[in-house]
Design a protein around this ligand. Structure first.
Ligand code: 6PG
Length: 244
């Protein structure tokens, strides 16, 4: 039995994607009503792709005022945007290419080269958008979770997890060594809403550890996502929830 009210269990991954798309629409409407725009940082990987595809369909896209949406990325792999590994490339194919987002509203993490320099450039773009504040307050940050408990490109044991000043940091995948740029932990924890999408049996054990243990003490970055004065939701399918 899952006692955590912020964990929403759906029968299938398709239902997770539908629920995520519905929330994106709702949160964009509330944010635009409250302060005239909707700032969202999207997750990469494979899980959220279906939600992005749904948002690009006629059923959903007409319900979002894309002219007031600003799309950022939670992290990026250091590959070209046309690479099959690119988070931007995946989001562009699934969503950006299908909706009327003004090009200037898409804040891609550049950095096919020089990760450290491009982390600084991404942070400068964030600071230009969010203005003078200790930490940006995204209206929504979407996150996935790896079976090692990583989220964005915050990997267990990485120095990036200890970042307490920068908004964006360069890091590396612990096994492949692939250069990455990621939002830092404090940025994620200052968001107004954080929504995890986790599906599949292979993540069930890690999800249970993250949700049921004091993961803040364990090296499970997803367990360190504890935004204050915020909505934190886990949208999971029954397979991923099978050990809760
Ligand atoms: C990335 C993501 C990463 C992802 C997890 C889960 O760039 O890969 O930001 O944090 O969310 O690795 O990936 P899947 O959804 O593919 O399982």
């Amino acid at each position: 039995m899952n006692p955590n009210p912020n964990v929403l269990v759906f029968d299938t991954s398709e239902q997770v994607a539908q629920a995520a798309a519905e929330r994106f629409v709702d949160y964009s409407s509330v944010s635009i009503r409250e302060h005239g725009l909707f700032s969202v940082a999207l997750a990469g990987g494979s899980t959220p792709r279906r939600a992005y595809e749904l948002l690009g369909t006629d059923e959903f896209k007409s319900r979002v005022d894309w002219s007031l949406v600003h799309l950022f990325f939670g992290d990026e792999r250091m590959v070209t945007p046309d690479s099959p590994e690119s988070n931007y490339g995946m989001v562009n194919d699934a969503l950006i290419s299908r909706v009327a987002l003004p090009p200037q509203n898409v804040h891609r993490i550049k950095g096919e080269t020089a990760p450290e320099k491009n982390a600084e450039l991404y942070e400068a773009e964030l600071r230009s958008f969010f203005g003078t504040t200790d930490w940006p307050r995204f209206d929504l940050i979407l996150l996935g979770m790896g079976d090692d408990g990583h989220t964005a490109s915050l990997f267990p044991g990485s120095d990036a997890l200890k970042e307490e000043a920068s908004w964006a940091v360069a890091t590396r995948h612990p096994h492949s060594g692939q250069a990455r740029i990621t939002l830092s932990l404090p940025v994620i924890n200052h968001a107004a809403r954080v929504m995890f999408l986790v599906t599949g049996k292979k993540k069930a054990a890690t999800l249970a550890r993250v949700l049921h243990s004091d993961a803040a003490n364990e090296e499970l970055p997803a367990g360190k996502i504890k935004p204050e004065q915020a909505i934190l939701e886990w949208l999971v399918d029954r397979s991923a929830a099978s050990e809760l």
